[in-house]
Design a protein. Structure first.
Length: 317
């Protein structure tokens, strides 16, 4: 446990625009579950910044995608954090049986929390829909100004690798956003059983979400509850060259998560070489032409030749 309360703790995380908020809102409707919405963001960031300072580094994005290695190995952070309290990462215990928090991009904390008996839940969404939601439509209202597509995809890949590496741990679960929408009863029922609380009907959860004012946060028009219309929007909203690029650089991870691709695998290197972001990235923390820089193109082409297991082994070496 991370404190002396004796209460169960839960972290819900995943890539931005992957359904973390929907999942948090749904689980929070259960009378025995209390999950706070991004109430500990600064605590997660502060802990990571403290680690970086301890090894003489600084970064605009302290939460790393480790792809490529950011000047230190993941195991260094894990060993450093193992000696520190993690209690500040969670709100104080409430009367609920399970108290937790939803934060995006903090998957690198899963191994640390699992070692202290914290429940961890990762949600993954088709990366093409993630990019469509983040960089096209009204995604900027939820995630800020556009980032390079490659940067966002590297964070998506990180989510898949940390999630897949933890799957054998009984205190961990990984779900797909699409499964939550298509088979809501089974997915939610399985999660509530895993958390050892009584089941609720999806319609009752949706009714409670509506009563609390939840109306969805889609980048493409109004959606509410477990709306299957949120699946496959990239077909309408993502330029063909971006779709091909997503598949080219996320091939192994999409294969691992069961997402089909239309790109011929033999075209991956060509697509990576020719790709240019179709929008202006006006953020000082990124070099100009980040997705198409010579260094990043070389790295992605080399990475494309590795298996999923090889990539994951390098992450956790």
């Amino acid at each position: 446990m991370i404190d002396g309360s004796g209460k169960e703790r839960l972290l819900v995380s995943g890539m931005m625009r992957s359904g973390t908020t929907l999942l948090q809102r749904a689980l929070d409707c259960h009378p025995l579950i209390d999950i706070w919405y991004q109430s500990r963001t600064e605590s997660f960031l502060d802990m990571k910044r403290d680690f970086l300072l301890s090894i003489g580094l600084d970064s605009y994005h302290p939460l790393s995608h480790y792809d490529p290695e950011p000047g230190y190995a993941y195991r260094q952070f894990k060993e450093w954090a193992a000696e520190r309290s993690l209690a500040a990462l969670f709100p104080d215990s409430t009367e609920a049986s399970i108290t937790g928090v939803k934060e995006v991009l903090v998957e690198e904390f899963y191994p640390l929390l699992l070692e202290r008996s914290v429940l961890c839940l990762n949600i993954v969404r088709d990366p093409r829909d993630v990019i469509a939601s983040m960089s096209f439509g009204d995604g900027w209202q939820h995630t800020g100004r556009s980032r390079p597509v490659l940067f966002d995809l590297r964070n998506w890949r990180k989510s898949v690798h940390f999630g897949s590496a933890m799957e054998s741990n009984e205190s961990f679960r990984q779900i797909r956003f699409e499964d939550l929408l298509v088979d809501t009863s089974s997915v939610l029922g399985g999660l509530l059983e895993w958390m050892r609380v009584h089941p609720l009907e999806p319609r009752d959860i949706e009714a409670e979400m509506v009563s609390r004012g939840w109306s969805g946060n889609s980048s493409f028009g109004h959606k509410s509850g477990f709306d299957r219309g949120a699946i496959g929007g990239h077909v309408r909203n993502l330029p063909a060259e971006v779709t091909a690029y997503v598949e080219a650089v996320c091939w192994r991870e999409m294969e691992r998560m069961g997402y089909s691709v239309s790109l011929d695998e033999r075209d991956r290197e060509r697509v990576i070489k020719e790709y240019r972001d179709p929008f202006v990235v006006d953020r000082d923390e990124f070099e100009k032409g980040y997705s198409s820089s010579l260094e990043n193109v070389r790295y992605e082409i080399e990475r494309a030749g590795k298996s999923f297991i090889e990539i994951q082994r390098e992450l956790f070496k």
